[in-house]
Design a protein around this ligand. Structure first.
Ligand SMILES: CC(=O)SCCNC(=O)CCNC(=O)[C@H](O)C(C)(C)COP(=O)(O)OP(=O)(O)OC[C@H]1O[C@@H](n2cnc3c(N)ncnc32)[C@H](O)[C@@H]1OP(=O)(O)O
Length: 320
C-alpha cells in the first residue's frame, strides 16, 4: 500500500509498534512532528479501511480514533527492500492485538472469566498475501508480547486466518464458544485455577456435629436428622439457609432430655417444657394400626404408649 508521503519517515522500523498514544516512530525534529502524527493517522485509517474491505465488514474495526480510545497495540509492517519498494516506501500490512475480559468455555463447558490477549484485526495487502508477511508480523507480535499462539483468543477469524493459524501454529482444535471469539486446545492448560481452593478436609474426629464454630463453612450441606428436617408442609427435603438458631435450640433440648427421667406423658410433657413449640404432623406414609400412640423421645427413638388409639402413626416435629 502506497501513500503520498514518506512511509519510512513515519514508521521508522520494518515492524513498527503503535499504541494508543499514536506516536510516529520516525523523527525529523520538532518542526515535522505534527506532520508525522497526521500522516500516521492517515496511514492507520487507510489500513483499517483496506482490512474491512478484504473481510467484507460494513465498517473498519481499526482507525486512529479507535486506537486512541482503546488500549490496543498495532504492529505495522512496511517494505524495507526488494523490487516493490518505491522512493516513498509502502505498507505491507498490520496486526492489531489487545487484552479483553471474556467469559470463555473450556472443553467441559465450564465458564471461565479470563483476560487473554486477543487478535483483533489482521491484514496483508492483497498483492502480498501468501508470501510469508503475515507470519513475519505474527512472529514479531508473539515475541514482543511474550506469548504463545495457543494462549490467544481470536475475534471472529476469517477462513484465511483460520488456515493461517492451522498452517503455521498447528491450531486446529477450536473449543466452541458462545461469543465470537475462537480459542484453541491448550488455551486453559497450566493456567491458575479460576476459583480459590476449597478449605482442607478436616480429620473425622475434629468435626463436631452441632458445634457452631466447627460447622460454619459446611452450613449449606448439613441438615438435622429426620424428623427435624421436616419443615411444615414439606416431606423430608433438606432444610437450607438459617439452620443455626434452630440447631442451637435442638442441642439444648436434647441435652435437657438426656438429663431428665422419661416423662410420664411424653406428648404433653414435651409440648410444655421444650421450645420450640411442637406440632403434630402427618407421617409420610399411612400405617395400619397398632392401636397405640407412638411418640419420638429425646434420643430420637420411637416409644410406645397408651392413650387413645390413632389410626395413623403420629410424630412430633418442631413448628417453624
Ligand atoms: C481477527 C481477524 O483479524 S480476522 C481477519 C483476518 N484477515 C483477513 O482475512 C484479511 C485477508 N487475509 C489476509 O490479509 C492474509 O491472508 C492473512 C493476514 C490472513 C495472512 O497473511 P499472509 O501474508 O497471507 O500469511 P502467510 O503468507 O504468512 O501464510 C500463508 C498461509 O495463510 C493462509 N492463507 C493466506 N491467504 C489465504 C487464502 N487466500 N486462502 C486460504 N488460506 C490463505 C494459508 O494457510 C497460507 O498457507 P498456504 O499458502 O500454504 O495455503
Amino acid at each position: 500500500m502506497e501513500f503520498p508521503f514518506d512511509v519510512a519517515a513515519v514508521l521508522g522500523e520494518r515492524v513498527t509498534i503503535v499504541d494508543q498514544h499514536l506516536r510516529p516512530a520516525g523523527r525529523r525534529g520538532p518542526a515535522h512532528r505534527g506532520d508525522l502524527e497526521q500522516q500516521l493517522r492517515t496511514l492507520i485509517d487507510e489500513l483499517g479501511k483496506a482490512s474491512a474491505k478484504a473481510q467484507g465488514l460494513p465498517a473498519p474495526v481499526t482507525s486512529a480514533a479507535r486506537m486512541e480510545a482503546n488500549r490496543h497495540v498495532l504492529y505495522i509492517l512496511r517494505d524495507a527492500e526488494g523490487p516493490r519498494v518505491t522512493a516513498k516506501g509502502a505498507v505491507v500490512g498490520f496486526l492489531k492485538v489487545g487484552y479483553k475480559k471474556l467469559f470463555l468455555l473450556d472443553r467441559d463447558g465450564t465458564q471461565n472469566e479470563a483476560e487473554p490477549l486477543c487478535v483483533l484485526d489482521f491484514y496483508v495487502h492483497e498483492s502480498l498475501q501468501r508470501h510469508g508477511y503475515g507470519k513475519e508480523l505474527f512472529q514479531h507480535m508473539l515475541q514482543s508480547e511474550r506469548t504463545e499462539p495457543r494462549r490467544l483468543a481470536v475475534d471472529r477469524p476469517s477462513e484465511k486466518l483460520l488456515a493461517f493459524l492451522r498452517k503455521h501454529y498447528g491450531l486446529a482444535d477450536a473449543i466452541p464458544q458462545v461469543n465470537n471469539f475462537v480459542i484453541f486446545e491448550g488455551f486453559f492448560s497450566n493456567r491458575p485455577a479460576p476459583a480459590a481452593a476449597p478449605p482442607p478436609k478436616r480429620p473425622e474426629d475434629a468435626v463436631k456435629p452441632y458445634s457452631l464454630s466447627e460447622r460454619d463453612f459446611l452450613r449449606e450441606e448439613l441438615e438435622p436428622p429426620w424428623p427435624f428436617n421436616l419443615a411444615p408442609g414439606r416431606t423430608g427435603s433438606p432444610v437450607r439457609g438459617s439452620l443455626r438458631p434452630f440447631l442451637a435450640e435442638q442441642e439444648l433440648l436434647l441435652r435437657r432430655l438426656r438429663r431428665s427421667p422419661p416423662p410420664p406423658d411424653p406428648p404433653r410433657c414435651r409440648r410444655r417444657q421444650h421450645p420450640p413449640p411442637l406440632r403434630v404432623a402427618q407421617p409420610r406414609r399411612a400405617l395400619t394400626p397398632p392401636r397405640r400412640l407412638w411418640v419420638l423421645d429425646g434420643d430420637g427413638r420411637l416409644r410406645g404408649g397408651g392413650g387413645s388409639a390413632p389410626r395413623r402413626l403420629r410424630v412430633l416435629v418442631p413448628a417453624p
